[in-house]
Design a protein around this ligand. Structure first.
Ligand code: ADP
Length: 389
């Protein structure tokens, strides 16, 4: 008896000590005023709160002691459901999952908060720890605004770049259309023969289809450069994008006596990426390379390969004027340009795009003449494309 009574009293004193320690911890938390703490009764009336909570909602301690503060009234209509859900959870299990909500401040404005709440024993009272999310929400909004601005800039620069390509495109589209007309005429001639040569006519007709498809593809490609929307990841064949860009830039480079060479790795795996954005990066680098050689002519070399660690790497190398002597590292800064008509946005946008794909973009001066820009993309898939060199 005695032994068990002693054991019980020992146990009690241990529990008591633990309780005291827990209380002290909570008291420290309440007094620290880093998080808002409140205790409400069964009716939702706030019967205790620390200064941090009162400051958050803009009420005074007098307002609290006069019994005026009730959390259901501090909760805007659209957050009532979330609060009630948490309350029901507490009644059922003693504790609610972390949840976000807003309180209405005394001045009518709102404060976004994160709440952790639990039952206080079985008194029907609830203790809630409240974290002010105003700063975090502002930062999120700012981040979103910056992202939007960057999207807008990317779109603008894309439109500008594509706009400059109008002339070369007209040329590119004219060529397959002229070929289609020629092949259609040939087809008619074979059919008008007596007797008609259907085999030859069929061949000419299928050549017409091919030409027209090529023209349509060119139009599609241009449209995809203009198209705006949320980034979309898909399996992209980098060699194909390089070839497309060469087609698009053929006329411009020709005008400046620039030869475009390629060294494309065979069987390059496809990569998960936003096609339009990768096109844009490549376009920026190639246009920059062409512009660096526009007074002298030269050679633009585009290569694709797999790096030793399995990433895909594209490099664009020119034999032009070379990187600016002073502050060569500034070229990736937004609005840095050495061109009278430059925007200074191309490389900064390109780097953002590449990095958002988990890759890197950098520049090096060539040993002889010109500059080389290289970027990597993470190869997240092993799907292989049968692309030829
Ligand atoms: P901008 O279009 O004004 O050309 P970019 O961001 O594309 O803006 O490039 C910024 C600057 O980087 C250019 O003005 C130029 O000084 C330099 N630069 C970019 N590409 C090359 C290159 N291939 N050769 C030499 N300098 C380059």
């Amino acid at each position: 008896m005695l032994a068990s009574a002693a054991a019980i009293s020992l146990e009690n004193s241990r529990l008591y000590r633990e309780l005291q320690e827990r209380e002290a911890k909570i008291k420290r938390l309440v007094d620290a005023n880093i998080v808002g703490v409140l205790i409400s009764n069964v009716e939702g009336q706030i019967i205790e709160a620390n200064d941090a909570f009162l400051q958050m909602v803009g009420y005074s301690r007098d307002n609290l002691t006069s019994g005026r503060l009730r959390w259901p009234e501090l909760t805007p209509p659209e957050w009532q459901a979330a609060s009630q859900r948490a309350e029901a959870q507490i009644r059922a299990t003693g504790v609610a999952d972390l949840f976000e909500k807003e309180y209405i401040r005394k001045d009518g404005s709102r404060v976004p908060v994160l709440v952790a709440a639990a039952a206080v024993g079985d008194t029907g009272e609830i203790v809630a720890f409240v974290l002010d999310l105003t700063e975090r929400k502002r930062a999120e909004k700012e981040h979103e605004r910056l992202r939007q601005a960057q999207n807008d800039l990317a779109y603008m620069s894309r439109v500008i770049t594509v706009g400059e390509l109008g002339a070369s495109l007209a040329h590119e589209i004219k060529q397959p259309i002229a070929a289609a007309v020629l092949n259609a005429k040939t087809c008619v001639r074979w059919l008008e023969r007596d007797p008609p040569d259907v085999t030859e006519a069929c061949e000419a007709a299928s050549r017409t289809v091919k030409d027209a498809t090529r023209a349509a593809n060119i139009v599609d490609r241009v449209r995809s450069l203009y198209r705006r929307g949320t980034p979309q990841r898909e399996l992209v064949d980098l060699n194909e994008i390089i070839r497309e860009m060469i087609v698009l830039l053929y006329d411009t480079s020709n005008r400046h006596s620039i030869e475009i060479r390629t060294e494309l790795a065979a069987s390059l795996p496809k990569v998960m990426a936003d096609r339009v954005q990768v096109q844009q990066v490549l376009m920026n680098l190639m246009v920059n390379g062409i512009e660096a050689m526009k007074d002298t002519g030269g050679e633009l070399t585009v290569t694709s390969k797999r790096t030793e660690d399995g990433q895909l790497m594209i490099s664009v190398s020119d034999s032009g004027i070379g990187l600016p002597q002073e502050q060569p590292d500034r070229i990736f800064e937004a609005f840095f340009t050495t061109k009278s008509q430059g925007t200074g946005m191309g490389l900064s946008i390109s780097r953002t795009i590449v990095e958002s794909h988990g890759g890197r973009l950098w520049a090096t001066a060539n040993p002889g003449q010109g500059a080389t820009f290289q970027f990597t993309l993470r190869n997240e898939t092993t799907a292989s494309s049968p692309s030829a060199v």
